[in-house]
Design a protein around this ligand. Structure first.
Ligand SMILES: C[S@@+](CC[C@H](N)C(=O)[O-])C[C@H]1O[C@@H](n2cnc3c(N)ncnc32)[C@H](O)[C@@H]1O
Length: 264
């Protein structure tokens, strides 16, 4: 596609005026995606300027070398979730087969797809309470060539788990309810259900940590992503509940973002 510099500059100015970071690059991506259809690029720039995340406008997000379809029924996969994926894979590689691993709260399916792609002998399961998220996750698994490798099921946390697992991996909702209206406007487009962790952010983490004790096989692992300042509280919770070897793993910014515990 030949880039129309006049439209590109118009888009850059519009986005810059609305405080969008990287206005030139975003204008370019939108022009490449929508420039061929009359009025679509201009409409997309207006949407972006109004605070809609770029990924929802483009309909895709790249994560760990895979491309995922996204829409407003799922959280946009975040780079920080790489720590969750990498820690889980490192543990999985040392574990005897056969083994079952569950991505609980799969959303777009990003974590489950990465696990299934990188560990071809693990039996991967993925669950969510949202039907619309599950349907998109199924689609993303097929698009990334692992549709036949992942068993999807709808469940409120572990209530409908069909089997026991050797590892539960989860990026659960962990934002305090009262903080959600104060978040940057992009985040307000994401599903409330994917963000809301109750009054103290710990509601789902606590329920999951308790119920996982009965659904994990002996020596099974619980691996959870948590908020940037939550790892001390979550580590203390897992220790109190009787998990062994509780530790946290840091992100690039040096914050403990993943907490791991093992059932004895
Ligand atoms: C923070 S998002 C994580 C999405 C995806 N795993 C990722 O890392 O990008 C949390 C997910 O948990 C799901 N969820 C919320 N409450 C749940 C519940 N009670 N049981 C199961 N899943 C739930 C949401 O629908 C959402 O997809």
């Amino acid at each position: 596609m030949i880039i129309d510099n006049k439209r590109l500059t118009w888009g850059e100015k519009e986005l810059s005026a609305k405080g969008v970071p990287n206005p030139l690059m975003e204008s370019l991506w939108l022009l490449r995606a929508f420039g061929d259809e009359t009025g679509k690029f201009e409409a997309a720039v207006k949407e972006r300027g109004g605070g809609k995340p770029l990924a929802y406008i483009l309909g895709t997000q790249e994560f760990e070398g895979h491309v995922f379809k996204v829409n407003e029924s799922v959280l946009i996969p975040r780079q920080e979730t790489m720590v969750l994926v990498q820690e889980s894979l490192q543990l999985l590689r040392k574990m005897p087969r056969p083994l079952r691993v569950l991505d609980l709260g799969t959303g777009s399916g990003s974590v489950a797809v990465c696990l299934a792609s990188e560990d071809p002998t693990a039996q991967v399961y993925a669950s969510d309470l949202s039907e619309t998220a599950l349907s998109l996750a199924r689609e993303n698994a097929s698009l990334n060539g692992v549709g036949g490798r992942i068993t999807f099921f709808k469940s409120d946390l572990l209530d409908s788990a069909p089997v026991k697992f050797d590892m539960i991996v989860s990026n659960p909702p962990y934002i305090k309810t009262d903080d959600i209206p104060r978040l940057q406007k992009e985040l307000r487009h994401e599903p409330f259900m994917a963000l809301d962790g109750g009054t103290d952010g710990m509601l789902l983490i606590t329920k999951l940590a308790r119920t996982a004790l009965t659904i994990l096989n002996p020596r099974g692992f619980l691996v959870m992503e948590v908020g940037y300042n939550m790892s001390p509280a979550v580590s203390a919770l897992l220790t109190e509940l009787g998990y062994a070897g509780v530790r946290s793993s840091k992100d690039d910014a040096g914050m403990g973002r993943v907490v791991i515990g093992q059932v004895t």
